[in-house]
Design a protein around this ligand. Structure first.
Ligand code: HEC
Length: 403
């Protein structure tokens, strides 16, 4: 497909994905907040509690019914399209970004997968993920929420490890995000909405609603609540090569997920007690620890180990000319004012590496992308070698002399 068209498709779909995603998660955060902040002291008959709020220059009074109002209102607002459209736009984005150019974005360099297999695998894990999750929740484990959560967590970490073996780091991350997103939307579509429909129908028909459905719905919406923050990180993770580009990318993602779930837990419980206040500093320390272990500085930093030829180069002093030759050979098909790669019409991320000056201002970014992590060249399409990465690293260590 014409790269200019894919760029605008990407833009339009990503924008829409963000808007509906914000609407979905925003509503979900808001209702959680409402639930946690209801004034439950001496509620009026039939009510669980109420709440006063001011927003946008108006004062609102909200009331939550124990079950339902004496007569059902004509106009009851439901929240579902935000979730469905987030999933639909997300799937479209997965196709435009990762599946249209699978060999660039999706497949791990050297894994030997072809595009069709990789895409089938990607779609396969999304479908399998939902069915495994749904099965486990409906099994006897559904009655043991903590054990269930632990098992789900380890299955997801296992899936992350597995996917990082065949997909690029960012391709693996985005598929874990898509598995979780599919589970969250599946929960809305298959469990939460049917439970709500059943409730409303029972009230209208003046009979007691089936108690099993709301209990199932509650477990699933709890899961959705705790999964929100990890999913949001995954959606922005492609900006952070030190996470997905690390050789321990699957562990780093697991760590970030744990810290964000801890923080979520505190926000879910802080209205009742401060018992979990410790989770916030622990999560902050955890983030600092992750920043430390992913640091490119220090002895075991670089994922590239020096070889005989680079040691030779180091003793001789690396010239800009040799670095420039590598960059022109390995990067400029894409990172040029006029890229020759069919998938790009303009330099990706605006990074142009045609001239010495352009290379100079981009040194830290080149180091981050092509030396400290190996996320560039994307998909290692231009087959950059470790020696060449070392050459650039050594040149920078020697002071990046421009001649
Ligand atoms: C096959 C095309 C391709 C090749 C070859 C390639 N890149 Fe990239 N590069 C991209 C794309 C696409 C992006 C934008 C990434 C994204 O979508 O997040 C990018 C982004 C970057 C960025 C910006 C990252 C950021 O967000 O700060 C840098 C720096 C970079 N590449 C360096 C390099 C270097 C150095 C090489 C050669 C060793 C190289 N790239 C080779 C396609 C390529």
């Amino acid at each position: 497909m014409d790269p200019h068209i894919t760029e605008w498709l990407n833009l339009a779909i990503r924008w829409a994905h963000m808007v509906v995603g914000v609407a979905w998660i925003g509503a979900s955060f808001y209702f959680n907040w409402l639930e946690n902040n209801l004034n439950r002291v001496n509620p009026k008959t039939g009510l669980t509690g109420d709440l006063w709020a001011i927003h946008g220059g108006g004062i609102y009074h909200l009331e939550k019914y124990k079950l339902a109002p004496p007569s059902m209102p004509e106009n009851l607002h439901w929240f579902k399209w935000e979730a469905y459209f987030t999933w639909i736009t997300g799937m479209c984005l997965l196709f435009v970004v990762y599946y249209l150019n699978a060999e660039i974005y999706l497949i791990a360099p050297g894994s030997g997968l072809d595009s069709t297999t990789a895409i089938s695998l990607g779609l396969g894990v999304l479908i399998t993920g939902w069915f495994v999750y749904d099965f486990l929740c409906d099994s006897a484990l559904g009655k043991k929420p903590v054990l269930l959560a632990a098992i789900l967590f380890f299955l997801l970490v296992g899936a992350t490890y597995g996917l990082t073996q065949v997909f690029s780091g960012r391709g693996a991350y985005i598929h874990i995000g898509a598995i979780i997103g599919t589970i969250m939307v599946g929960n809305v579509f298959r469990v939460i909405m049917p439970a709500q429909r059943n409730l409303v129908k029972a009230i209208e028909e003046n009979r007691a609603p089936d108690p099993a459905l709301p209990a199932k719905g509650l477990l699933r919406s709890r899961h959705n609540n705790y999964l929100t923050l990890p999913v949001l990180f995954i959606m922005i993770s492609n900006h952070f090569p030190s996470t997905y580009g690390s050789q321990y990318n699957w562990l780093i993602l697991a760590g970030l997920a744990v810290f964000s779930i801890l923080v979520r837990h505190y926000f879910n419980t802080r209205h009742g007690s401060q018992k979990y206040a410790w989770t916030v500093p622990i999560a902050a320390l955890g983030m600092i620890a992750l920043a430390f272990v992913t640091s490119p500085y220090g002895s075991q930093s670089s994922t590239v180990t020096p070889t005989a030829s680079t040691t030779e180069a180091a003793s001789a002093g690396v010239s800009f000319e040799s670095v420039n030759t590598v960059i022109q050979a390995r990067c400029s098909v894409c990172h040029s004012a006029a890229p020759t790669h069919a998938a790009f019409k303009t330099a990706p991320a605006g990074v142009i590496l045609d001239t010495a000056d352009e290379i100079k201002i981009n040194i830290p970014r080149i180091m981050a992308q092509a030396v400290q992590t190996k996320v560039m060249p994307l998909g290692n399409l231009t087959q950059m070698t470790d020696d060449e990465r070392n050459l650039i690293g050594t040149w920078v260590e020697q002071g990046a002399v421009m001649q």
